[in-house]
Write a protein that binds this ligand. Structure first.
Ligand SMILES: Nc1ncnc2c1ncn2[C@@H]1O[C@H](COP(=O)(O)OP(=O)(O)OP(=O)(O)O)[C@@H](O)[C@H]1O
Ligand SMILES: [Mg+2]
Length: 452
C-alpha cells in the first residue's frame, strides 16, 4: 500500500529539469533605440554574451553581442561598424555559443579580435573550438610553479626569475620600452609558443611591432591578435579573450606558452566603455565595478594546468601614466598578478635599456624556482644597487667622502659593472643559464666579499 502511494520525486524533478533545459524557440525582435554604440532590442530573448544578427537596409546585416538587459529590452553592442542599421530593424538571436577557432596553423599569423586574418593571407585552418570566455580550472588541480622560464632577458632571468605558469605585470608609462622588451622576449624565450595580444594600441604601432620588433624570426613562433584602438570596445575585449583562448589551446597540447598582453589597461578601458554605455554607474575613478570583476577573470585563465601538462606564463602591460600609483587598474592588477616589473622613465631617459627598475620590481615565485646561491647573489646585487641609489645624489655632487662608509664604497665600486649587467641591446639574447653564471661572476658566491 505505502509502496503504491510513494511519489516518484526523483522522476518528477528529472522531467521538470528536462523541460527547463529544452531551448525556447528563437523569436525575432525589433530594434527600438540606439544611444551611442548601444542598441536596444525588444521582443526577443538571448543570453548575455551571445550574438544577434541585425538586418538593416536591403541585404545588409550587422552582428551584435548581448551585453545586458533591462525592463524587457536587450542591450546590444555591435562587433563592427553600425552603418545601415535602421529603426525597427529585425533582430535575430543566433544559437551557437561564442567560440574561438584555433589550431596549429595560427603560428606565424596575425588575426583581428574576431579571429579574421589581418595579414592578407587566406584564413588559417583552425579546426578546434575553444570557448572564448575560457574554462575555469580547479585551483587545487593546478600544478605549482616550480620551473623557471627563460625569457631571454638578463635582468629578468637573473634577478626577477619568472616561473612557468607565473603571471607578471609590466608597469610603465608610455614610450619607455614596453614593446621593445616584449619583442625581445618573443624572439629570445625558450617557451615553445608565444601568443601576443595587442589590445587598444594605435594602428601604426601594430605594424611596427610586427615588422620591426618581432621580425620574421619572432613572428614564426608566435600567434598575434591585434585589436587596435579604432576597433569597437567589444572587439578589443574579444581580442584579449581570443589571445588567451589561443594560449589555452597550445597549453592543452602540453606546450609551454608565453602570453604577452599589451595592454591590460586598454582591456579594462574597453570594459569601462561597455559598462558605462549600458548604464553601469562609475565607481572608482570612472571605472564601473564590472571592470574589476573582468580583470581577474581574464588573468586567472593563464597559469599552469594540471601536473605534467602545459603552462601559460603571461606578461600583462599596465600603463602607469605620470607614475600614478593610485590608478585603480594598476592597483587591481598588482593584487591579482604574481609579480611586477616596473620600467622607469628616468632610466630610459638616461639611455639605459631595458629600463627595469629592479628596486621597485619583484617576482613572487622566484624563491620557489631558484637555488639558494642564485637567490643570495641576486639579493646581494639588489643591496648594492639600493645602497648606491640611496647615496646617488651625494655621490654625483662629489659630497661623498671615499672611506666614510664601507658599504657605500663597495656599492660605488660595483656600480658601473652592475649597470652593464642590467643593460641589454635589442639584438642580444641572454639565456637563463648565462644570466645566472654572469650574476655569480659579477657578485661572487661569498656574500661577505668586497672589492678592494
Ligand atoms: N633595449 C633597448 N635598446 C635601445 N633602445 C630601446 C630599447 N628599448 C626601447 N628603446 C627605445 O625606446 C623607444 C620606445 O620603446 P617602445 O616603443 O618599446 O615603448 P613603449 O613603452 O612600448 O611605448 P608606447 O607606450 O608608445 O607603446 C624605442 O623606439 C627605442 O628607441
Ligand atoms: Mg608599445
Amino acid at each position: 500500500m505505502t509502496e503504491a502511494r510513494r511519489v516518484d520525486w526523483a522522476g518528477r524533478l528529472a522531467a521538470r529539469r528536462d523541460g527547463l533545459r529544452r531551448p525556447d524557440p528563437v523569436v525575432e525582435g525589433r530594434l527600438r533605440r540606439m544611444i551611442g554604440l548601444t542598441l536596444e532590442a525588444e521582443g526577443c530573448e538571448a543570453p548575455v554574451g551571445s550574438r544577434c544578427e541585425i538586418f538593416g537596409h536591403g541585404d545588409h546585416s550587422v552582428e551584435a553581442e548581448v551585453v545586458g538587459f533591462a525592463e524587457g529590452r536587450l542591450f546590444l553592442m555591435p562587433t563592427g561598424a553600425l552603418h545601415g542599421v535602421t529603426p525597427n530593424a529585425r533582430v535575430l538571436p543566433r544559437e551557437e555559443a561564442l567560440a574561438a577557432h584555433v589550431g596549429p596553423d595560427l603560428l606565424g599569423r596575425v588575426l583581428d579580435g574576431g579571429g579574421e586574418p589581418l595579414d592578407d593571407r587566406p584564413a588559417p585552418e583552425a579546426p578546434a573550438r575553444m570557448p572564448l570566455a575560457g574554462r575555469s580550472i580547479n585551483p587545487l588541480g593546478r600544478a605549482p610553479i616550480r620551473e623557471p622560464l627563460d625569457v631571454g632577458i638578463r635582468a629578468i632571468n637573473a634577478l626577477l626569475t619568472v616561473g612557468q605558469g607565473q603571471r607578471m605585470g609590466l608597469f610603465a608609462g608610455s614610450g619607455v620600452g614596453k614593446s621593445v622588451l616584449l619583442g625581445m622576449m618573443t624572439r629570445y624565450t625558450n617557451a615553445d609558443v608565444v601568443v601576443v595580444g595587442l589590445i587598444g594600441e594605435r594602428g601604426r604601432e601594430v605594424k611596427e611591432f610586427i615588422e620591426d620588433i618581432l621580425g620574421e624570426e619572432g613572428l614564426a613562433r608566435s600567434a598575434v591578435v591585434a585589436a587596435p584602438a579604432d576597433t569597437s570596445p567589444l572587439m578589443r575585449m574579444h581580442g584579449a579573450m581570443l589571445a588567451t583562448s589561443i594560449a589555452e589551446y597550445f597549453r592543452d597540447q602540453g606546450l609551454r606558452v608565453l602570453l604577452l598582453m599589451d595592454s591590460l589597461t586598454r582591456y579594462a578601458q574597453a570594459q569601462r566603455e561597455i559598462g558605462l554605455a549600458i548604464g553601469e554607474p562609475p565607481a572608482t575613478k570612472g571605472y564601473p565595478p564590472s571592470v574589476f570583476a573582468r580583470l581577474p577573470q581574464l588573468v586567472e585563465r593563464a597559469g599552469n594546468a594540471g601536473r605534467g601538462e602545459g603552462s601559460i606564463t603571461a606578461f600583462y602591460t599596465v600603463l602607469t601614466e605620470g607614475d600614478d600609483q593610485q590608478d585603480p587598474v594598476a592597483d587591481s592588477a598588482r593584487a591579482i598578478l604574481d609579480g611586477h616589473i616596473v620600467l622607469s622613465r628616468s632610466l630610459a631617459e638616461s639611455g639605459h635599456y631595458p629600463a627595469i627598475d629592479i628596486e621597485a620590481s619583484a617576482s613572487r615565485a622566484m624563491l620557489n624556482i631558484t637555488d639558494d646561491a642564485h637567490v643570495r647573489a641576486s639579493q646581494r646585487l639588489r643591496r648594492l644597487y639600493a645602497t648606491y641609489r640611496r647615496n646617488e645624489d651625494l655621490i654625483n655632487v662629489g659630497a661623498y667622502q671615499h672611506g666614510s662608509d664601507a658599504s657605500v664604497d663597495e656599492a660605488i665600486a660595483y656600480h658601473s659593472s652592475i649597470m652593464r649587467f642590467l643593460g641589454q641591446d635589442i639584438g642580444e639574447a641572454v639565456s637563463f643559464r648565462d644570466a645566472v653564471a654572469e650574476l655569480h661572476d659579477l657578485i661572487g658566491e661569498d656574500t661577505g666579499a668586497s672589492l678592494a
